[in-house]
Design a protein around this ligand. Structure first.
Ligand SMILES: O=C(O)CCC(=O)C(=O)O
Length: 274
């Protein structure tokens, strides 16, 4: 496996979608964007939360749930990773849970051979109510256990998180030192326009690592509006690339020397006392 010490840069892409209520259509959109990412040199691609379905009803995703290791969404992810020879962070998909009527909202990661390399079940479940707008994920989603999850890739340790997790900095601290944090998301237009970029940049600055956030971004068939602004942020907190709206990619390089420069110049990680 080629590592960053042999070649300093590792190219990553955040894929932004505007997913519909149709699984087939969504997988086609994802396939085309993964291909574009590979053509542009990405060695890792991250899909957004619920890239496979933005249903009309909350429990549409429950109906789509798969058993671990079986099912069309997992097959699609594994084949896509292998076909393009890249690391694929598979946004999120619904996996069965022990609760009847509730699923896990899960990120599965595949290596360039198409083998599953990591699994993370979303821990923090989004709840929001203001005026007409209301969400309560806990009705259809069972929270994952409180163990943070990460995997090793050529760019170093990659920490996993999903959407609303972004508001809980203790999760990222619990991951330990990472080169990259990935955030598949579907932030709402309302909360995203207020908080998304600030939270992402804060996580990059305080953990002195890259943050790659792949979002849903646009007006969906089910009436929901998502904020988009998929982006790559460097360990200094600079936004390297950002896609405001619509399907597409935010792309850039992870550089080990950039990570080391920032951590050496400002050794905040070593100054922690708690
Ligand atoms: O935290 C937020 O504002 C949005 C979170 C969200 O949309 C989600 O977790 O699905």
């Amino acid at each position: 496996m080629e590592t960053l010490s042999e070649k300093d840069e590792f190219c990553v892409a955040a894929i932004q979608t505007v997913s519909s209520t149709d699984l087939h259509e969504n997988l086609e959109q994802a396939a085309s964007l993964i291909r574009q990412a590979a053509e542009q040199g990405a060695q890792m691609a991250v899909l957004p939360e619920y890239f496979c379905l933005m249903g009309r009803r909350d429990d549409d995703k429950v109906a789509l749930r798969e058993r671990p290791g079986k099912g069309p969404i997992q097959q699609f992810l594994s084949e896509s990773a292998r076909r393009h020879g890249l690391w694929l962070v598979g946004g999120t998909l619904p996996l069965e849970s022990p609760d009847s009527g509730r699923i896990y909202n899960t990120t599965l990661v595949y290596d360039p051979q198409g083998s599953q390399a990591a699994r993370y079940d979303k821990i923090h479940l989004f709840g929001f109510r203001r005026g007409e707008e209301a969400y309560d994920e806990s009705v259809t989603i069972r929270p994952g256990g409180s163990e943070p999850q990460a995997f090793e890739a050529p760019c170093g340790k990659v920490g996993l998180s999903i959407c609303y997790d972004l508001r809980f900095p203790e999760l990222y601290r619990a991951l330990g030192e990472t080169s990259l944090i990935v955030v598949p998301a579907a932030f709402t237009y309302t909360t995203g326009s207020a908080h998304w970029e600030i939270l992402l940049r804060a996580r990059a600055i305080e953990n002195q690592c890259y943050v790659l956030a792949a979002a849903q971004g646009g007006k969906h068939e089910n009436g929901r509006r998502t904020w988009g602004h998929s982006m790559l942020i460097d360990p200094w907190g600079d936004v390297l690339d950002c896609l405001p709206e619509g399907p597409g990619l935010a792309l850039g390089n992870i550089s080990r020397s950039r990570l080391e420069d920032v951590r050496q110049a400002l050794p905040a990680l070593r100054h922690r006392t708690l």
